[in-house]
Design a protein around this ligand. Structure first.
Ligand code: PBG
Length: 334
């Protein structure tokens, strides 16, 4: 029984009474413009290949990649992040295919730019792991360690080749020290002052990248713990952030997203550049797998996961659901 006077006057439930009321008072909104689609383009296939660990995601041919880009534009998605998957025989210790002007990523960039022009922000993964036969994000020393400074020279070359192929934005994801500064210099010296850098600032060594390794046919044995961050650390992210900004990052990113919302919130609170988060392969596959088993409501779980990432402070979200969700949110005119 309630007696007047015994009950605190405030009733938060009043603002939850109708869908329109809830919509009006919502503090966080998802919009198609917040979304960026990561996409894989594979060399030497004549039909797209499904990625078994990521149901609904495929390795594209150049043709289906173009189509995916057009679909993204029509849905109102803002950007596309391209990953190249070279033919196995093109992999070598130095990741030569990553700097070949005719390498698969460069072909993909040119094809997408030709198709969509400036209607998407066309971004390229700037990293060697897809192209090395050992699967690491850099070149190795004789005794098998990842050689930071020798890798930077490869990244400088990659930046230029990707800009030549039409990237609006490069996304260095290798977590080498000094990578942003070296890439900025390389771009500036080759006339690409307007090509922007989306820095993978706080990239953690995560078990949730598992499905991605199939997506890019990774050759990695072992792990990336000497260059990607330890999941136990927070302060280290702020240090990486300070360095990336000093070196010229235009936008910064936290990756993965869901298990690192605290990092995202801290980063978002302390910068004056746009902040992105990458909802990675494992985050995608877990929801798809649970939904397939009938254990969760797929569509609601997807929206909730993205709303959480927005609420934590990301204005841009890389998600494999970008096109689907943008369509659901009302498409280009939303
Ligand atoms: C490295 C890279 C990775 C991802 C994006 N860029 C893999 C890794 O660091 O091991 C993972 C993306 C995902 O899991 O969706 N080039």
């Amino acid at each position: 029984m309630t007696a007047y006077g015994n009950f605190p006057g405030s009733r938060p439930r009043r603002l939850r009474t109708t869908p329109t009321m809830r919509r009006m008072v919502a503090e966080t909104r998802l919009h198609p413009a917040n979304l960026i689609l990561p996409a894989f383009v594979r060399e030497g296939i004549d039909a797209p290949v499904e990625i078994s660990a990521m149901p609904g995601v495929r390795q594209h041919t150049l043709d289906t990649l173009r189509k995916a880009a057009v679909d993204a534009v029509e849905a109102g998605v803002s950007g596309i992040m391209l990953f190249g998957v070279p033919a196995d025989e093109k992999k070598d210790a130095r990741g030569t295919a990553g700097t070949d002007p005719d390498g698969i990523l460069q072909q993909g960039l040119r094809a997408v730019r030709k198709e969509v022009g400036d209607d998407l922000v066309v971004m390229s993964d700037l990293c060697l792991d897809e192209y090395t036969d050992h699967g690491h994000c850099g070149v190795l020393t004789e005794d098998g360690r990842v050689d930071n400074d020798a890798t930077l020279e490869r990244y400088a070359e990659m930046a230029q080749v990707q800009a030549d192929a039409g990237a609006h934005t490069v996304g260095p994801s290798g977590m080498m020290d000094g990578q942003i500064g070296v890439i900025r210099d390389a771009l500036d010296q080759t006339g690409y002052e307007d090509v922007s850098i989306l820095a993978y600032t706080a990239k953690y060594s995560s078990a949730f990248y598992g499905p991605f390794r199939e997506a890019v046919g990774s050759s990695l044995r072992g792990d990336r713990k000497t260059y990607q961050q330890d999941p136990a650390n927070v302060r280290e992210s702020l240090r990486e952030l300070a360095l990336d900004l000093e070196e010229g990052a235009d936008m910064v990113m936290v990756k993965p997203a869901g298990p690192y919302l605290d990092i995202l919130a801290k980063v978002a609170d302390s910068v004056n550049v746009p902040v992105a988060a990458y909802q990675i392969s494992g985050e995608y596959s877990m929801i798809e797998a649970a939904a397939e088993k009938g254990w969760i409501d797929r569509d609601a779980a997807i929206l909730e996961s993205l709303t959480g990432i927005r609420r934590a402070g990301a204005s841009m979200i890389l998600t494999y659901w970008a096109t689907e969700v943008a369509q659901r949110l009302g498409g280009r005119s939303a």
